[in-house]
Design a protein. Structure first.
Length: 202
């Protein structure tokens, strides 16, 4: 009987940390945000749905539940205009501590060492940095009076930019294997090279 109790005790000790990690716990701190509420939502098709609501307490919005979230992309939805900040939630890490300026989330977001979301926002900032260059090349290419030689130069510059994007995408995948960000970029790369699509939200 003592041996049986010992075995049960050992099993509990081994699995207690796993049990303690069940559910989600997402803490959000923001500057330049006037509302006292924040929503956690997701997209299904072309519609936005709410999953949870948090009220400001001691400077933080806390989403917490004993039931884990299904892995996927979620949205921190800001009032009153429903602007959103995208976060990836995976199976093994549903405890996040997030900080950002509500007026510039992409460039200010701090995810306390979360590898997946940190990689995602590094990727987004990289695309945002190159987009004006790509737009400038395209605008010049629309000029009907452009000479063939100038057109060729602009096309070469645009192709070089696309190649740089592909290289950055591959590096991001290699450096972040197993993350949702790596999976998303890998799936994206299977399609034709994108023309720097606009990223919605903040």
């Amino acid at each position: 009987m003592k041996n049986f109790s010992l075995i049960i005790g050992l099993i509990y000790c081994c699995f207690a940390p796993v049990l303690a990690q069940s559910g989600y716990d997402i803490k959000v701190s923001m500057t330049n945000y006037a509302s006292d509420s924040l929503f956690l939502g997701f997209y299904y098709g072309d519609k936005q749905y709410l999953k949870d609501t948090a009220v400001l307490e001691k400077g933080k919005f806390i989403f917490k539940n004993d039931e884990p979230l299904k892995p996927g992309t979620y949205l921190l939805i800001l009032r009153p205009d429903n602007a959103f900040v995208q976060i990836n939630i995976n199976k093994n890490n549903q405890k996040l501590d997030i900080k950002f300026d509500a007026t510039d989330a992409v460039n200010t977001i701090d995810l306390k060492g979360d590898k997946d979301n940190t990689a995602f926002y590094k990727y987004v900032r990289y695309l945002n940095e190159l987009r004006p260059k790509a737009d400038e090349f395209r605008k010049k290419l629309e000029d009907p009076g452009l000479s063939e030689s100038d057109k060729k130069k602009l096309e070469d510059q645009l192709n070089k930019l696309n190649t740089e994007v592909l290289q950055f995408q591959q590096k991001t995948i290699d450096d972040n294997k197993g993350t949702m960000t790596a999976q998303m970029i890998a799936a994206f790369m299977e399609r034709p090279i994108p023309d720097f699509p606009e990223l919605e939200g903040k």
